[in-house]
Design a protein around this ligand. Structure first.
Ligand code: 13P
Length: 255
């Protein structure tokens, strides 16, 4: 198994953008542009309230719909939360877990990321598991230690079989929404560290088969070079995914 045989995944993370009617238009437009571009999986991760409109608009296209979070309990008194079964019944196939904005603003920890990941996998969802270092950690030279620790904690207790449905999104926090992108070499090196950690946990075959995306100011200009790197198997795209033409250019770069 090598880069050529790993499934490339280009996923948009809309974050808190787009109302349901705007989502329907944007999904349709994106689907028209990416039609027939089957060299990678195309996913749009939309706000919960947009899911119904997005799933409807994506019907019969090669765009898959994802959510941006999921709760770890199956049901109960968890006001404001959404379960994995709810997402599945709505037609969601992917879910973003552990995004740095959730870790930073909503108290997400490696422990809750791990629990959410297990719940999502048990329900049959594919997980886009986000991790990455903050600026001070990179400056202190401890990026490798940080991403390796996050990988181990976030995947604790998850089986090799379940790893088929886990995609890692390496998102250096200092590169998110800042216009600062990791260089292709930095992205490749750190995605390589994550892959080596997966190899320690699950062996080489699982590590070589796991899709690892880069995220952080990826756009239509820098995508081709980032995606050409051995360990970079796709992208998780914020800002540029809100503009169908820009997102399509990234999908095209991944073909
Ligand atoms: P930007 O592409 O806007 O930097 O966001 C990246 C990201 O956080 C995707 O999850």
């Amino acid at each position: 198994m090598n880069k050529a045989t790993r499934k490339a995944i280009i996923a948009g993370n809309w974050k808190m953008n787009m109302t349901p009617s705007e989502a329907a238009v944007a999904v349709k437009k994106t689907a028209e542009l990416v039609e027939g571009k089957n060299g990678c999986e195309v996913v749009l991760c939309v706000p919960f309230v947009d899911i119904a409109a997005a799933v409807e608009a994506a019907k019969g296209t090669n765009v898959k719909i994802g959510a941006q979070n999921v709760h770890f309990e199956a049901k109960g008194a968890f006001t404001g939360e959404i379960s994995a079964a709810m997402l599945v019944e709505c037609g969601v196939e992917y879910v973003v877990i552990g995004h740095s904005e959730r870790r930073q603003y909503f108290g997400e920890t490696d422990e809750t990321v791990n629990k959410r990941t297990k719940a999502a996998l048990a329900a049959g969802l594919k997980v886009l598991l986000c991790l990455g270092e903050v600026r001070d950690e990179r400056l202190a030279g401890i990026t490798d230690e940080v991403v390796s620790m996050q990988t181990k904690l976030d995947l604790a207790g998850i089986s090799a079989e379940d790893m088929k449905n886990v995609i890692i999104a390496y998102e250096p926090v200092w590169a998110i929404g800042t216009g600062l992108t990791a260089t292709p070499e930095q992205a490749d090196e750190t995605c390589g560290v994550i892959r080596a950690t997966i190899a320690k946990l699950y062996g080489n075959d699982v590590a070589e088969a796991t899709t690892i995306q880069y995220g952080g100011s990826m756009n239509d200009q820098n995508a081709a070079e980032l995606l050409s790197k051995y360990h970079v198997d796709g992208g998780l795209i914020g800002g540029a995914s809100l503009v169908p033409e820009k997102f399509d250019a990234i999908v095209t770069a991944a073909q």
